[in-house]
Design a protein around this ligand. Structure first.
Ligand SMILES: *Cc1c(COP(=O)(O)O)cnc(C)c1O
Length: 395
């Protein structure tokens, strides 16, 4: 099986597995206990916090461990909104292409009386800093713009947006779940006040993530109870998972430059090969995209059948985000970049990583071309297009 769905999850790396074993075999104590096993666990926890902080240019005291990216997004946004509301600020700004962990938190807050501005993106999926500037109001409590998109891979101008928010005195959150371990992050230089990341998107374990909150940025207690996570998130820490995530992030950051260059070369080769399929279009920006992200629309076919047939041919891919697969709604991201419904349904996301090879790229391209051909042969829409009874959306 060729695994090309690394945006959904990645395979746990050896460093993460070893650190998790250590977490169970050596650091099984409760970090809150005063005896030696507790102290050893506490030291391991502190070392993991330092590693995660170091990877993003933060201080260890600014990192809160969570159950994953979704929790980090929920807590960052809810905290900033609720603290803003205390000062009469009930306006939130985000984008139309965020992950559902952000969008559904925003929906919930809008039902609670917050006013949410969803910024559009351009045809390549990039948010314009001028649009953020124009949306800011006196009562804006938070701006949340993702670092890199999980479906089409576009990288947003977070440093520019961060600088703008800093100048206007508005907290800035970024969902960096797809970026962490893959793209350089420096929360200081990029003026990021809050940042979410998740272990299983960079070869760490799932069910663990982190929220960075700049000292002084708005944060509410998210789980009440003990004093863990400086009193903001009670509950005995999931040390094996935290250690696994920290080890995976260390490993990813240490090899980021070479991995990115290698994975981007695979990505570019795959984009070139798939572009040769007639009436196919790349989704997202050609240059400003994650090193491993390839996302195409193929006119006249259904994404779901494409995936199942690719799976039969030994290629594990996705039609968009793992969260929307299985539902019949086309991707909100593809609609936001202007793809019409019928075209958005025929999308394919292939996300490569350091474990893939050029041989994989060739096999994926061959399998995709065959499957697209086969499905078009049975598609009434494709036949109508060919007979000229309908016109092509993708030239
Ligand atoms: C995967 C993902 C999340 C959710 O992270 P979990 O750890 O799975 O909860 C949030 N945002 C983005 C952009 C993601 O890709």
């Amino acid at each position: 099986m060729i695994y090309a769905d690394n945006a959904a999850t990645t395979k746990t790396c050896a460093a993460a597995r070893q650190a998790m074993l250590d977490g169970m075999e050596r650091f099984w104590g409760n970090p809150s206990s005063l005896h030696s096993p507790g102290q050893q666990a506490r030291e391991a926890l502190q070392a993991a916090r330092e590693a995660v902080a170091g990877a993003i240019g933060a201080q260890p005291g600014e990192v809160y461990f969570t159950s994953g990216g979704s929790e980090a997004d929920n807590q960052a946004i809810s905290s900033a909104a609720k603290i803003g509301a205390l000062k009469g600020k009930k306006h939130l700004i985000t984008t139309a292409i965020e992950h559902h962990a952000v969008l559904h938190t925003m929906d919930r807050l809008s039902k609670e009386g917050f006013d949410v501005t969803l910024l559009p993106v351009d045809g390549s999926g990039i948010v314009k800093t001028e649009d953020v500037a124009a949306a800011i109001r006196e009562d804006t409590a938070l701006v949340s713009v993702m670092y890199a998109n999980n479906e089409i891979g576009t990288i947003q101008p977070v440093a520019e947006i961060g600088a703008l928010c800093r100048e206007r005195g508005i907290p800035f959150h970024t969902d960096a779940v797809q970026a962490a371990g893959h793209l350089p992050i420096d929360v200081g230089a990029q003026n990021i006040d809050m940042l979410s990341l998740s272990g299983h998107k960079f070869h760490g374990p799932r069910g663990v993530g982190a929220l960075y909150v700049r000292r002084g940025a708005p944060l509410l207690t998210f789980i009440h109870g003990g004093a863990q996570e400086r009193g903001f998130r009670a509950g005995t820490e999931n040390l094996p998972a935290i250690l696994g995530m920290a080890a995976a992030l260390d490993d990813a950051v240490a090899h980021m430059a070479e991995n990115s260059a290698y994975v981007a070369s695979l990505r570019d080769a795959l984009i070139e090969k798939l572009s040769a399929i007639p009436h196919a279009a790349l989704n997202g920006d050609r240059g400003r995209r994650l090193p491993g992200n390839v996302n195409f629309c193929f006119e006249g076919i259904e994404g779901e059948s494409l995936l199942l047939l690719l799976d039969d041919k030994g290629v594990a891919a996705s039609s968009g985000s793992a969260c929307t697969s299985g539902s019949l709604d086309p991707s909100h991201v593809l609609l936001a970049i202007g793809r019409p419904h019928e075209v958005a349904h025929g999308s394919l996301r292939l996300t490569l990583d350091r474990d893939n090879t050029m041989g994989d790229v060739e096999a994926i391209a061959k399998a995709t071309a065959e499957v697209v051909n086969y499905l078009r042969g049975m598609s009434p829409v494709w036949k109508a297009l060919q007979r000229g009874e309908r016109s092509y959306v993708i030239q």
